[in-house]
Design a binder for this molecule. Structure first.
Ligand code: FE
Length: 335
């Protein structure tokens, strides 16, 4: 008899623990196109602070978007994290994200780094800027993105493939700034100056400069940072173009709450935390990027690359004009 009572009591206690556990600790499911190594420390820090349990799936941006679409309302994902405003814009257009009204996000994230309809928010900032050989180029020879098409750069310019969304966004922003005709003229002049066929990634592009295949290229700041970390005597430097005009082309990694999020409130709270002074450095430093929150300073080794004026074109243009950019690059012979 006593034994039965004991087991009933044990059963009641365990059920209580199970249900109270579910009620009191929030949970969150994240689909992330950023790799585990970059996001896990953030998730761990948030779980430690709030008790919110975070499970996640990592994959490339394309497959994650397809998966969200296929899962529809049955998706377990509450939040999508991906890189490039072009990808974020595309996800929003495909209807897998929902608008979020949040004073905190409005305050922490500048308008041009988020969706005007609040379906996605930039969380870290990278610049796509000029990198040059310190052995063969003087910074005075450089000025703007467009000037890389001048005759003095013939057989000296190197670019990454036009298939990469980073370059599609760059050209989309050129269209936004100068109009399609002028943007096409710029891209054509780059192609005419290429010293080699476009490379598959930014690192290979910079390695080609080091190997003497060309003298200047356009890359994302953090790839330069990674190379510099490995070799402090790297014979490359960054240049900030368009300082007297439109500013350096910047882009973001960011996130949006999924349309069918089961834990919508928890997802918004997590997004707000990611934009906070507390989390911004963690998020940016993980990939040697810049915080989007203007109250937060970049890490010293990022600041050491120099201050610059950034473009304040709304990044939604990177998405809106992506198709036009792809067609333009194709017409201009940029492969
Ligand atoms: Fe990248």
């Amino acid at each position: 008899m006593n034994q039965i009572r004991f087991f009933v009591l044990l059963l009641v206690m365990s059920l209580f623990l199970i249900f109270s556990g579910q009620a009191f600790s929030e949970q969150l499911v994240v689909y992330s196109a950023r790799n585990e190594q970059l996001i896990k420390p953030l998730f761990d820090a948030y779980t430690e602070k709030t008790g919110t349990r975070i499970t996640y799936v990592t994959d490339k941006a394309g497959p994650l978007l397809q998966r969200l679409k296929a899962e529809g309302k049955n998706t377990r994902a509450d939040l999508l994290i991906t890189v490039d405003a072009g990808n974020l814009w595309h996800a929003a257009e495909q209807g897998v994200l929902q608008p979020v009204q949040s004073k905190t996000l409005e305050t922490n994230i500048p308008d041009h780094l988020k969706d005007p309809d609040n379906r996605w928010f930039g969380l870290s900032l990278r610049a796509r800027t000029i990198v040059y050989s310190t052995e063969r180029v003087k910074p005075e020879e450089l000025s703007t993105y467009a000037a890389l098409g001048a005759p003095q750069w013939q057989e000296r310019l190197l670019l990454r493939t036009s298939k990469k969304v980073y370059n599609q966004s760059l050209v989309a922003m050129l269209i936004a700034e100068y109009g399609e005709a002028k943007a096409e003229e710029i891209v054509r002049s780059w192609v005419a100056n290429l010293a080699a066929a476009p490379f598959s990634n930014d690192t290979k592009t910079m390695e080609a400069i080091l190997a003497g295949q060309g003298d200047a290229a356009i890359v994302n700041t953090y790839y330069f940072g990674r190379m510099l970390k490995k070799d402090p005597d790297l014979k490359l430097a960054l240049f900030w173009p368009n300082q007297d005009s439109t500013g350096v082309h910047v882009n973001v990694s960011g996130a949006g709450v999924t349309k069918f999020a089961k834990n919508q409130e928890a997802a918004v709270k997590f997004l707000e935390w990611l934009s906070s002074e507390e989390a911004q450095n963690l998020f940016a430093d993980a990939n040697m990027e810049y915080p989007v929150n203007p109250k937060v300073e970049a890490h010293d080794y990022v600041k050491a690359w120099g201050e610059f004026k950034a473009s304040e074109q709304n990044l939604a243009n990177a998405g809106k004009l992506q198709e036009a950019a792809i067609k333009l690059m194709d017409r201009a012979g940029y492969r």
